[in-house]
Write a protein that binds this ligand. Structure first.
Ligand code: SAH
Ligand code: SF4
Length: 342
C-alpha cells in the first residue's frame, strides 16, 4: 500500500494526521479535491498544521514521469509509483472530443492477468493491483495539467473488477460531496466479463455505466481470444448483464474489438445480433489498434462499415470508437509499453 492524502476520505485524513477537530479533515479534503490546492497553500489552515502536513505526510504517491501528446488532442501520462506494493509505472489517458468534452481513462492495475491475446496490456501479466490513491491521483495529474474533466472511464490498464475494492474506494472519493462530487452517471467501468464483479456491482453498487468487452458472440472464438471466457461462458455472462441492467437501470455498452479475418465477417454479425437480443445494449465498434509483438491485423474500413450498417439496419444502436491516441500508444489496448520500473 502506498499512502497519500488523495486516497483518503475526510475522516481518514483526520485520523491519519491526528487532527482533533473533525472539520479540519473535511477542510483538507475539500481543498485537495474541490479547490485543487496543496495543503501548503490552504491558508484557512493554521500555519503549524500546514507545516506538520508538509513535513510528515506525502501528498502524492505517484509522480508524472512522462507526458505524451497526440496531434489529435489525446494526452497520455506515465506515472511512477513507489509505495509498499513495489515500484510500478501507471498509464492514464485524457481523451477530448471535438466539442471539448474531456474523459479521463484510468488504470486500475499495473499490467493485467486476464491475458486477452489482442491486448498489449494482456501480454504483460499482472504486476500488481493499484490502490485507491494511485487511481485517484491519475485523475488529478490529468486535470491539474489540462483543466476540468467531465467523465471517468475505468478502461486503462488492467481489469477493474479484479480490483473492485480499490475501484470502489476511488469512486467514493470521486463522488464525495465535499470534493469533486462527480456523479456516478459520468463514470463507466469496462470489464472483460468478470461475472462475480458484475453481480457485486449490481447488488451492492455503486451503479455505474457498464461496458463489457465481448469481442465475439461465438463461444469458441471468444475462448481462444479471451481466457476469461473459459471461466464464464457467454450465457452466464449474459444473465449477469441482464441482472445488472435490471438492478441498476444502467444501459450496457458492448465493446467489439474488430480483428481482421477473425471476428469481422457476416456470420460474426449474425451471432452478435442473436446474443444482443434482450440486452438493450449500445455496441461500440473498436477497430483493433496495433502494438509491438501482437500478431493481428486491422479490419478493412469496409468491414467496419458493414458491421456498423448491419447493426443499424436491425435497430441495434452502434458507434464507431475514434482511433484517438494511436500515435502515442494511448489508444485502447496499447497501454503498457514500459509498465515496470526498477
Ligand atoms: N480490462 C477491461 C478494461 C481495459 S481494456 C476490459 O477488458 O474491458 C480497455 C478496452 O480496450 C476494452 O474495450 C478492450 O476490449 C479494448 N482493447 C484491448 N486491446 C485492444 C486493441 N489492441 N485494440 C483495440 N481495442 C483493444
Ligand atoms: Fe486485461 Fe482488458 Fe487487456 Fe483483456 S482487454 S488483457 S482484461 S486490459
Amino acid at each position: 500500500m502506498s499512502f497519500s492524502l488523495y486516497g483518503c476520505l475526510p475522516e481518514e485524513i483526520s485520523s491519519r494526521i491526528g487532527l482533533e477537530k473533525a472539520y479540519r479533515g473535511r477542510q483538507i479534503f475539500e481543498g485537495l479535491h474541490k479547490r485543487g490546492l496543496d495543503p501548503a497553500s490552504m491558508t484557512d489552515l493554521p500555519a503549524s498544521l500546514r507545516g506538520k502536513i508538509a513535513s510528515e505526510i506525502p501528498l502524492f504517491a505517484t509522480e508524472v514521469a512522462q507526458t505524451l501528446q497526440d496531434p489529435d488532442g489525446t494526452v497520455k501520462l506515465r506515472l511512477a509509483a513507489g509505495g509498499g506494493g513495489g515500484a510500478a509505472s501507471i498509464e492514464c489517458v485524457l481523451l477530448q472530443t471535438d466539442t471539448g468534452r474531456k474523459t479521463a481513462c484510468l488504470s486500475t492495475q499495473a499490467g493485467c492477468a486476464m491475458g486477452c491475446v489482442f491486448c498489449k496490456t494482456g501480454t504483460l501479466g499482472l504486476h500488481r493491483n493499484l490502490d485507491a490513491a494511485e487511481i485517484v491521483e491519475q485523475f488529478h495529474h490529468l486535470s491539474r495539467a489540462w483543466g476540468p474533466v467531465n467523465n471517468i472511464v475505468f478502461m486503462g490498464m488492467g481489469e477493474p473488477l479484479e480490483n473492485l475494492e480499490a475501484v470502489r474506494k476511488s469512486i467514493s472519493v470521486f463522488t464525495h460531496p465535499r470534493g469533486l462530487a462527480i456523479s456516478p452517471r459520468r463514470m463507466t467501468v469496462s470489464t472483460c466479463g468478470v461475472v462475480p464483479g458484475i453481480l457485486s456491482l449490481a447488488d451492492e453498487g455503486p451503479a455505474l455505466g457498464m461496458a463489457v468487452s465481448l469481442v465475439s458472440a461465438d463461444e469458441q472464438k471468444r475462448k481462444a481470444l479471451m481466457p476469461v471466457a473459459l471461466r464464464w461462458g457467454l450465457e452466464e455472462l449474459k444473465r449477469a448483464l441482464v441482472y445488472h441492467r435490471e438492478k441498476t437501470g444502467k444501459r450496457l455498452t458492448v465493446e467489439i474489438v474488430l480483428l481482421k479475418g477473425i471476428n469481422d465477417g457476416r456470420e460474426d454479425i449474425r451471432k452478435l445480433r442473436h446474443y444482443l437480443a434482450g440486452l438493450d445494449a449500445i455496441v461500440n465498434l473498436i477497430p483493433w489498434n496495433p502494438a509491438p509483438g501482437l500478431d493481428f491485423r486491422e479490419p478493412a474500413e469496409a468491414a467496419v462499415q458493414l458491421y456498423y450498417e448491419e447493426l443499424q439496419r436491425v435497430g441495434i444502436p452502434a458507434v464507431r470508437r475514434y482511433r484517438r491516441g494511436r500515435k502515442i500508444g494511448g489508444a485502447c489496448g496499447q497501454l503498457g509499453g514500459g509498465w515496470q520500473s526498477g
